[in-house]
Write a protein that binds this ligand. Structure first.
Ligand SMILES: [Zn+2]
Ligand SMILES: [Zn+2]
Length: 720
């Protein structure tokens, strides 16, 4: 085959619908040796593109972008295609993208623009093509100014030399085009004829300039969707984006032909110019294979991290335990050695620093998340709040010799702390080394269907379109908890848009940029508020961390399912399980909390029956004694079979979350006034929760004055 598509929009372009995997599959089926990605003004699709390319060894990936060219003094914005030849070119693409996203956002046009000057400065390693009829040269040709068009072409040639190509495209129709039944056929024909008229005029001018200036020409199809039959779905997607009806004659229409054409189809468009097909192969040959992935780099927090870690852990151990037993020394020594030998000391100290900062502001950090509570080092450093020896948590679930990189320590903090954490990290590690991350969104099936039906008003067609739309990126938001912390300025490594990484978290991980996950947990604040209000009312300080785990009133509250408002245990379903189980010690609660996860949910009735002697069982392993012979915890599975699967769940996480629940329940059982008041004020603005809690409070004879009738603007308990 001797043609490759060099102008291709994926679903990462607002007006693109192509799924990257489907593009590669089609290219492989067509036996084309390469494929480019050229989304509008964004590189967001590049990591997925390169990762997918790894599965298609016969297809060489070409990373590029269809940029917007313009500067504030110019009134016009032009399209321009840039393709990276090698890693230098890729890095320049990233650089140009970052310049466009800072200096290139104009008050009258918020799209990221590249200026001619910055293009000239960062042209190394890049191939440039003149783009669609939205490009500068075609636009000048269409305006009838051939002299200016030639001048522009000469300028690009002076910058890119033989790596500058002129582009021709023709969305001409050789067979019947399927339109939506709701579409306006007349309007479609009018717009496609106009498009062809412009393309033909631009192409003629391009061939003339090419000959005169000795510039090679390539053919492209400005691909926006994979297959010809996707044209209707693409058209509906655009109508949805523009909020226009399908029949609206003024709607922006595409030709329905912006799909991945075969080489034969492409050749048929330019029968007089076979070279425009073959020249795409010359471009492909110029492109090298390279990788953008790398090893994880962790910022250095101090000079001797290993020594510092040891010192901090020992100091923490003495504070936690007073007298440190041999067993604990041994465990600490083992953990520290392993973590230091695997190069994790810096990372652990970073997390400790973050936790210390949260505490220094009198904010709360949760007792642990995922498997972080399995480490005695974490406990001694104050990163986690439960003693892993006492609760029989397995360190190897947190980290072991077989793991690469650093263990992931996610933090739960109260909302006020989470809002400020980005600022703190920027201050600590450098403004330009810290950033948030984009997450992409898809339409839910129901939403896609509702929108398709609204546009098409026809069951069958809408059904087909729905199935295509629901798999296409429809928007983006900021990752709720991930923050990148890099050793060097992020703009040198990845594209940022409004200061947020355009690449998704899974790809920044693969590139080797450290990600910290800091999540909000409002219950942490509620617990503090309860503690303070008890202190104000009774003059005693009852810290949640030190509550006895065998309080009879608290366990009774759980056993009668009186857990409305209690973290993780408040749902109707959970209350029913509690009433059946009648838990009489803390460990029962951890088991139940764990079993709410898919994969082990079906074990709940068995655990309950075994607890009450209604089901017999034998414990084949000692490890299963605590769960009455059922394999529930990943820690159990690790001890028994040296690995764990997805049908078990980390006890470490369940234990920490159950602890938060227990603390709330303890306050509810012992200080109901303070409990309800803080809970309601903590859930302010969440109508559904408020209603249920108010009803529950009334059932417990606690009456509250609503916020609009109090001076503080908060819920207040009616004092009897
Ligand atoms: Zn374009
Ligand atoms: Zn395009």
């Amino acid at each position: 085959m001797s043609f490759v598509h060099l102008h291709v929009h994926t679903e990462y372009s607002t007006d693109g619908m192509s799924n990257i995997m489907s593009l590669f599959e089609k290219v492989r089926n067509l036996e084309m040796p390469g494929l480019a990605i050229t989304d509008h003004g964004t590189l967001a699709g590049v990591p997925e593109f390169l990762k997918t390319a790894e599965e298609f060894p016969t297809v060489k990936p070409i990373v590029g972008c269809e940029c917007w060219l313009g500067d504030p003094s110019r009134t016009k914005t032009y399209h321009l295609i840039l393709l990276a030849k090698n890693l230098i070119g890729y890095k320049n693409l990233v650089k140009l993208s970052n310049i466009a996203n800072t200096e290139g956002l104009y008050p009258n046009d918020s799209r990221p623009h590249i200026s001619a000057a910055s293009l000239a400065e960062h042209c190394e390693g890049l191939i440039c093509t003149s783009a669609c009829i939205g490009g500068e040269i075609p636009q000048l040709i269409l305006a009838g100014d051939m002299a200016a068009a030639k001048e522009a072409a000469a300028w690009y040639k002076s910058i890119f030399g033989d790596d500058f190509y002129l582009e021709v495209a023709l969305h001409r129709n050789f067979g019947p085009v399927k339109l939506s039944e709701a579409d306006n056929r007349q309007a479609y024909l009018k717009s496609v004829h106009e498009l062809n008229r412009l393309q033909k005029k631009a192409d003629a001018g391009i061939f003339e300039i090419a000959q005169e200036l000795g510039i090679k020409v390539i053919a492209t199809n400005d691909v926006h969707f994979v297959n010809r039959e996707d044209g209707v779905a693409h058209d509906v997607m655009r109508a949805i984006q523009h909020g226009k009806s399908m029949s609206n004659p003024k709607r922006i229409r595409y030709s329905h032909l912006e799909y991945m054409k075969t080489e034969e189809e492409m050749r048929r468009l330019f029968p007089e110019h076979p070279e425009v097909i073959e020249n795409t192969m010359e471009v492909l040959e110029k492109v090298e294979r390279y990788s953008i992935w790398g090893e994880l780099e962790v910022p250095e927090i101090c000079e001797n991290p290993k020594e510092k870690l040891r010192e901090a852990v020992f100091a923490g151990a003495e504070e936690r335990f007073g007298e440190v037993t041999d067993e604990i020394w041994e465990r600490l020594d083992y953990e520290i050695n392993l973590l230091c030998k695997k190069g994790c000391a810096n990372y652990i100290l970073m997390i400790k620093d973050l936790v210390d900062w949260v505490h220094s502001n009198n904010w709360v950090v949760g007792p642990g998340r995922n498997v972080s509570a399995s480490s005695m080092v974490n406990y001694c450093l104050g990163i986690t709040g439960v003693d892993p020896v006492k609760h029989e948590l397995v360190f190897e679930r947190f980290y072991n010799w077989d793991k690469d990189g650093v263990p992931s320590i996610d933090l739960d903090v109260e909302p006020a702390a989470q809002e400020k954490v980005l600022g703190y990290l920027k201050e600590k590690y450098g403004q330009d080394c810290v950033a948030e991350i984009t997450s992409f969104e898809y339409l839910y099936h129901g939403e896609a269907r509702r929108k398709a039906l609204k546009k098409l008003g026809n069951g069958e067609e809408a059904l087909e379109v729905t199935s295509k739309l629901e798999t296409v990126i429809s928007g983006s938001h900021i990752h709720p908890c991930g923050i990148l912390v890099s050793t060097k300025p992020l703009t040198d490594i990845i594209p940022l848009s409004y200061g947020v990484s355009e690449y998704e978290a899974k790809f920044t991980d693969k590139i080797g940029i450290l990600r910290l996950n800091v999540l909000q947990l409002r219950e942490l604040r509620i617990l503090q508020d309860i503690m303070y209000s008890i202190e104000r009312e009774y003059g005693i300080l009852i810290e949640p961390e030190y509550l006895p785990l065998d309080d009879k009133d608290t366990l009774d509250l759980f056993a009668r399912g009186d857990t409305v408002g209690v973290f993780q245990f408040g749902s109707e379903m959970m209350r029913e399980h509690l009433r059946n189980l009648k838990p009489d010690h803390f460990a029962d609660l951890v088991v139940l909390e764990t079993m709410t996860r898919p994969g082990i949910y079906h074990m709940i009735p068995h655990y309950i029956a075994r607890k009450h002697g209604d089901e017999s069982f034998v414990c084949e392993h000692d490890e299963l004694r605590e769960t009455l012979g059922l394999m529930i915890y990943q820690e159990q599975e690790m001890k028994i079979s040296k690995h764990y699967g997805c049908d078990t769940f980390p006890k470490a996480h369940a234990l920490c979350y159950t602890l938060i629940a227990y603390q709330m329940a303890w306050y509810k059982a012992n200080y109901p006034h303070e409990f309800y008041e803080s809970l309601l004020n903590g859930y302010m603005g969440k109508a559904w929760e408020l209603d249920a809690i108010l009803q529950d409070a009334a059932a417990h004879h606690v009456h509250l004055i609503p916020p609009d009738k109090t001076e503080s603007g908060l819920f207040e308990v009616v004092k009897s």
